[in-house]
Design a protein around this ligand. Structure first.
Ligand SMILES: Cc1ncc(COP(=O)(O)O)c(C=O)c1O
Length: 239
């Protein structure tokens, strides 16, 4: 945040820009940590910046499903909220929400909006239904959080490094790139599909297998996954 403050000040004082925008993820996809939106909003107010939150990993997850902005109660302070319909919503497509004048501007200036085919009626219906389900009850949301907590606890107890995730995104940090890829392959051979993520997607030496528990996982499935993590982790001398 100190660095952001410094850069915002520098940009504003340079007088080179008509508009300055802060863009952040709501939930960071690789570590599962949450953006410090209240502090970001303070900085934006101080230097009159536009705020833009990419909530691909926050919608359906934080704010009882409504996303990171709602989680912090900052609906009035964030200018743009963009999200995907491909993750928690489980379909395809995306959305931008924001103040009317910014949306009007996007409708005439956003190339991906102007030059892309719209979603099919079937996709729209599936998205609408998923949003209805999210709004009707927090049951699926709550189960996903329970499953996330359960998996995190289990992996931690086995001795894996799961970083500092604040959400159900559960990285299992192995470190070295080759070992991470080998670990993922061995997990797959045993029945767990969890992809390795290595440099340049994450910094060198922080390769990880990323897990995303969902509401559809049962405790039996998670226990089975944990048993496989234990076996492969021990075989490879990681735990
Ligand atoms: C932070 C973030 N924003 C946007 C996207 C794009 O979403 P989609 O693949 O649905 O276009 C992704 C991931 O795919 C993402 O991780």
């Amino acid at each position: 945040m100190a660095d952001l403050h410094e850069k915002a000040k520098e940009a504003k004082e340079s007088g080179q820009y008509n508009k300055i925008m802060i863009i952040t993820d709501g939930v960071f996809s690789m570590d599962g940590d949450i953006a410090k939106l209240p502090e970001i909003v303070e900085i934006a107010k101080e230097f009159d910046l536009i705020t833009y939150v990419d909530d691909a990993h926050g919608s359906g997850v934080l704010g009882k499903g409504a996303g990171t902005v709602k989680h912090f109660g900052l609906q009035k302070d964030i200018d743009f909220q963009m999200g995907t319909l491909s993750k928690a919503i489980g379909v395809v497509g995306g959305y931008v929400a924001g103040k009317q004048n910014l949306i009007d501007w996007l409708k005439v200036r956003s190339r991906p909006f102007l030059f892309s085919t719209s979603l099919s009626p079937a996709d729209v219906t599936a998205c609408t239904k998923a949003i209805d389900l999210l709004m009707e009850s927090t049951e699926l949301h709550d189960r996903m959080w329970e499953n996330g907590d359960y998996l995190k606890k289990g992996l931690k107890e086995l001795g894996f490094d799961i970083g500092n995730s604040e959400t159900p995104i559960t990285p299992c940090i192995i470190g070295e790139e080759k070992a991470t890829q080998e670990f993922s392959k061995r997990l797959f051979d045993e029945g767990v599909y969890a992809k390795s993520i290595v440099f340049p997607t994450v910094p060198k030496g922080t390769g990880r297998v990323r897990n995303m528990p969902t509401a559809a996982h049962t405790k039996d499935m998670l226990d089975e996954a944990l048993a496989i993590y234990k076996k492969v982790g021990k075989d490879m001398g990681l735990i």
